[in-house]
Design a protein around this ligand. Structure first.
Ligand SMILES: *Cc1c(COP(=O)(O)O)cnc(C)c1O
Length: 245
């Protein structure tokens, strides 16, 4: 395939985006250093840039600023962006963070490096059928018990982990959660702390489809608290793009 470079116009847009985004990344890195000490066992948290609301200019800016982990949640847009970065010849680690319908699995699974939203057994079964290599997955856990949230209940994991053991295309790298928008600071500490305890418990089991080491938690509005509770990968979107336009 012939490689394409970004056009002159796009490159100018990229420079503008870099100026707006760079200070945000600096602030996030500072928070990772200062807040991520207590519960992280010396592991420094990774930044997953959620790019679902932005285009190639912002993504190229992030890329040039050293962020090579992107998170998307819409199938068609995700596939377009994967293709675009392939054409640029730029290797990206692609994270999928949205709900996947079973009929969509075949189309996207082999383009996903890390799936953050493994939220039901029927999805695991479909991935097993369609993936041509093992997929790194976070189990999404509905820690807060909020009805509208996807994911497994914490109590369900006892049954779920043994069943997932039969799927050699599913590698469980950790647990993921989303906190309710309305959650106050105390609630957030409780929710993220609970996910950490669950991770510690399941990590200690040394399951064959693990290691279940990571914690995908924290978004723009709550990532500092997630860091305090030991997040190993924060999923940040809105905050990065605040000073654009
Ligand atoms: C959109 C999204 C994010 C990022 O949210 P921001 O508030 O924009 O930082 C993180 N995780 C998931 C699952 C999302 O859908």
């Amino acid at each position: 395939m012939t490689q394409t470079s970004p056009s002159q116009e796009l490159q100018e847009e990229v420079s503008r985006c870099k100026e707006a985004i760079a200070p945000k990344l600096t602030q996030i890195q500072k928070n990772i250093q200062t807040l991520g000490q207590k519960n992280s066992k010396g592991q420094s948290a990774q930044v997953l840039a959620v790019t679902k609301t932005v285009g190639l200019a912002e993504m190229l800016a992030l890329y040039q600023l050293g962020i090579h982990n992107f998170g998307e949640n819409r199938v068609e847009i995700f596939l377009d962006k994967v293709q675009a970065f392939k054409n640029f010849g730029l290797p990206v680690t692609w994270h999928y963070i949205g709900r996947i319908q079973s009929r969509q699995v075949k189309k996207i699974i082999d383009h996903i490096d890390v799936l953050h939203s493994l939220d039901r057994l029927s999805l695991a079964k479909e991935i097993q059928k369609r993936a041509s290599h093992p997929i790194n997955c976070f189990l999404e856990v509905n820690v807060s018990g909020e009805d509208s949230k996807a994911g497994f209940e914490a109590e369900e994991l006892e049954e779920v982990f043994p069943l997932l053991g039969q799927y050699d295309k599913i590698r469980i790298v950790g647990l993921m959660t989303m906190a309710p928008i309305s959650a106050k600071e105390d609630d957030l500490h409780q929710i993220f702390g609970r996910l950490r305890q669950l991770r510690d418990k399941w990590s200690a089991q040394n399951l064959p489809n693990g290691p279940i080491n990571q914690l995908s938690m924290g978004m723009s509005r709550d990532y500092p608290i997630a860091l305090e509770e030991g997040s190993t990968i924060i999923r940040v979107g809105t905050y990065l793009y605040q000073d654009l336009n």
